[in-house]
Design a protein around this ligand. Structure first.
Ligand code: GRG
Length: 337
C-alpha cells in the first residue's frame, strides 16, 4: 500500500485538490485567461503524481531482475523509505507534461520520469546524511539514515541512483536505442560531476565564503537546476520533438530551475519547518551563499515574477496546449513548501 503523497501542505487532499486553500495559486487562477486552469487540471496533476507513486512502488519490489542475486530486505526498505514518502514529484511531472506537449503520453514516458525521480530521491537521501546537510527530517518523516542507519542510507542512495539507469535503458522508454542512449548520457551528465553532484561540491566549498552572483548562479544551476533542466529537455526528446523545440524546452527548464531555487531559498528564510516538512534556516546557519542573501527578499520576489513572465512568453509558442506547463511554472514560483 503506497502512502498518500502530499503535493502541498496547504492543498492536496484525497480527491487530489492540491491547489485548494493556496492563496498564491488562487491568484494565478484569477490572473487572466491564459492562467485560467480548471478543476480538471488539479485532478490531472494529482493523478500524474499518483501514477508516479504507483510506478515507483512497482519498481521498488523484492522481485529480482535478470543478473541480480537477491534484493536485501533492509536495503529495499530503506530505498522505499527514501522514494515513497510523499514528494511533490515535480521533476517527473515536468517530464510527463513536456512529452505531452509534443503528443507522447504512454507508459514509456512514465518510466523515464520515474528514472529521474529515483535520482532526485537518491540526492535527497545523501544530502540529508551527517557528512552533508545532517538533517533529521525529510518530507515530514525521519530521514533515511535516522530511520535506518548511516551506512544503509549511503547504500540506499547508491542503489536508487544505479536503478535509475537500469530503468531509463529499458525498451519501453523509446523504440530507438539511440534515443535511449542519448537520454541515459544526458541523465548522467545532469546528475554527475558537471551537474548536480558537482554543484553540491561547489555548494559545500562555498560555506562561510563570499561568492559572486555569477558563482552562486553557476553552482545553483548545477545543484538544483540540472535535474529540472533535464526533466523538461528529456520530455521533448522522448516525444521526438524537433531540435528547436528541445532547445526551447531546455530554456524553459533553466528558468524553472532558477525559479525553483530562488523560491527554495526564500522558503528557507521565511517558512516554518512544519510547512516544509524539513528544517529551515539551514542556509544562514551553514553560512551558505544564496542569491536571496545577496539580493534581499524584495529583489528576489521581483526576479521570480520576471522569471514567471519569461516562462509564460517562452511557452506562448504552443498556445493553450502549454496551459498546464505554464501553471506548473506559476506553482513553482509561488510554492509554499
Ligand atoms: C547529494 C549529490 C548530492 C546532491 C544533493 C538535492 C540536493 C543536491 C541538495 C538538497 C538541498 C536542497 C534543499 C536543495 C534545494 C532544492 C531541492 C532539491 C529541494 C528539494 O526538492 P523538492 O522540493 O522535494 O522537489 P520533494 O520532497 O517534493 O521531492
Amino acid at each position: 500500500m503506497t502512502k498518500q503523497y502530499n503535493f502541498l501542505n496547504s492543498g492536496l487532499d484525497d480527491t487530489g485538490n492540491w491547489f485548494q486553500g493556496n492563496p498564491n495559486f488562487e491568484k494565478i487562477l484569477s490572473s487572466g485567461p491564459e492562467h485560467r486552469v480548471t478543476l480538471d487540471l488539479k485532478k490531472h496533476l494529482a493523478a500524474q503524481a499518483s501514477r508516479i507513486e504507483t510506478d515507483l512502488d512497482r519498481i521498488l519490489t523484492d522481485t529480482t531482475l535478470a543478473q541480480e542475486t537477491v534484493r536485501p530486505p533492509r536495503l529495499l526498505a530503506a530505498m522505499r523509505h527514501g522514494a515513497l514518502n510523499g514528494g511533490k514529484r515535480l521533476r517527473p511531472i515536468l517530464v510527463l507534461e513536456c512529452a505531452r506537449l509534443f503528443g507522447r503520453t504512454d507508459e514509456g514516458v512514465q518510466q523515464a520520469a520515474c528514472a529521474l525521480e529515483l535520482i532526485h530521491c537518491y540526492s535527497l537521501v545523501h544530502d540529508d546524511l551527517p557528512a552533508m546537510d545532517d538533517d533529521d527530517l525529510r518530507r515530514g518523516q525521519p530521514t533515511v539514515h535516522k530511520a535506518f542507519d548511516e551506512a544503509t542510507g549511503i547504500l540506499a542512495g547508491d542503489a536508487l541512483l544505479t536503478l535509475a539507469f537500469d530503468i531509463i535503458a529499458e525498451d519501453p522508454v523509446h523504440s530507438d536505442p539511440a534515443v535511449r542512449l542519448r537520454l541515459s548520457r544526458e541523465l548522467s551528465r545532469a546528475a554527475g560531476i558537471g551537474g548536480m553532484a558537482g554543484g553540491q561540491m561547489l555548494d559545500l566549498l562555498s560555506e562561510h565564503r563570499d561568492r559572486t552572483e555569477e558563482e552562486i548562479r553557476q553552482l545553483q544551476s548545477m545543484k538544483t537546476g540540472a535535474l529540472l533542466r533535464y526533466a523538461c529537455r528529456s520530455g521533448a526528446i522522448l516525444a521526438n520533438a524537433g531540435e528547436d523545440d528541445v532547445d526551447r524546452l531546455t530554456r524553459f527548464g533553466e528558468i524553472v530551475g532558477l525559479a525553483f531555487q530562488l523560491a527554495d531559498d526564500l522558503l528557507d528564510v521565511e517558512a516554518s519547518a512544519e510547512d516544509m516538512g524539513k528544517a529551515t534556516g539551514k542556509d544562514a546557519e551553514a553560512g551558505k551563499a544564496t542569491l536571496v542573501g545577496l539580493w534581499g527578499v524584495e529583489k528576489t520576489r521581483n526576479e521570480l515574477e520576471r522569471l514567471s513572465r519569461d516562462a509564460e512568453m517562452l511557452l506562448g509558442t504552443y498556445g493553450s496546449s502549454a496551459a498546464t506547463l505554464t501553471a506548473i511554472a506559476g506553482f513553482i514560483v509561488n510554492r509554499s513548501n
